[in-house]
Design a protein around this ligand. Sequence first.
Ligand code: PGA
Ligand code: ZN
Length: 425
Amino acid sequence: MSRIEAVHARRIWDSRGRPTVEVDIVTEAGARGRGIAPAGASRGSREAMELRDGGAAFDGKDVMTAIAGIGREIAPALSGFDVSEQAAIDAMLITLDGTADKSRLGGNALIATSLAVLHAAAHEAGLPLWRYVAGDEAVRLPLPQIQIFGGGAHAERRVDVQDFMVIATSATSFAQALEMTAEVYLHAGKLMRKRGVAQGVADEGGWWPAFSSNEEAMDVLVASIEAAGFVPGVDVGIALDIAASEFGKGGQYTLGLDNARLDTDAMIEKLLRWIERYPIVSIEDPLSEDDEAGMIAFTRAAGSKVQIVGDDFLVTNAALIEAAASKGACNAALIKLNQAGTVTETLAALRAAKAHGYASIVSARSGETEDVAIVHLATGWNAGQLKVGSFARSERMAKWNEGIRIEDGGERPAGFACASVLARR
Ligand code: PGA
Ligand code: ZN
């Protein structure tokens, strides 16, 4: 492969209309790669830091400092590297930034650059991204987790729980999982209109959660699955992202809708009742990022029945995943590229999860773009699962549609990761 010849960064806009970083790379052989940074709203405190300008413009969220850093420091440092040297390039980026949290050059600048390098290398190899990262491994399309109702920080805290999602557990192909979800999403919308509470969609495209309790949202979700002609818990299961760090700290949880303040034990009790009552197959961030004891206790109590996913709790960090595994906290890891800050660190986190028998779910952020790289990475890295938000808005649909193209392409993956990839232990 050839050397990196040109690096160019620009400001583009994400799905919330906020500035974000895009990087284009061209190699000596003329291959091109483009990386785009996504952005979270319910961020873990141990994630790689985004570099934002502050000040009055765009609510302080501009990224011109990050873009200037790419031109001034990252571009010159990249010249001379062969585009295939992803690990060496990512190690250089980490050293160049020089901070533990990537705050000097910005996790947003680093991940956009790192992804652009990966894309350019795949392009130069003449391969689709998923095939380039898969190498010789036989890989499968991921099982999707798809949001039906938004909530939490993505819907003005209208309900406490952030994502009410479905997993098409009886689907035998990626395309079929989407067909089933399309029916559930459609019927959920009809039910909302019938109840007179249809109020558009939340940040990731799920129906706006006009409910008076978290349980009501799950009742309507079960009714939507049935209305779509599926058996809840057999054909379609429920996945929740509690995103508990948004309303819990120091072992105290304040549920706005239920007007209740719960300690860790009471929060766990509540979640266990939900698992008894609803066909839940996966729960993400059930306790807050600082509640390790709670996470261990909950995994002990529920880990044999449901998948327990660490997002804010594990922040796509191999060391944190290894520590959690040694203590028995969670049984699955959410994998977000911009939490780690480089492709190589993301892959290390995924490998740590697999090495410890954890399931892995490659995930988008609530602030997204038309970029579909994560679908290729979830497939090529054989992650098993993919979470992208809901079944509406093109920054989400672009990704689901890309999965259909990969499944339908001339050169396709070895198959589809069925519900057996869901962690239970
Ligand atoms: P975020 O939320 O992208 O707003 O952080 C997504 C998630 O919590 O999974
Ligand atoms: Zn989450």
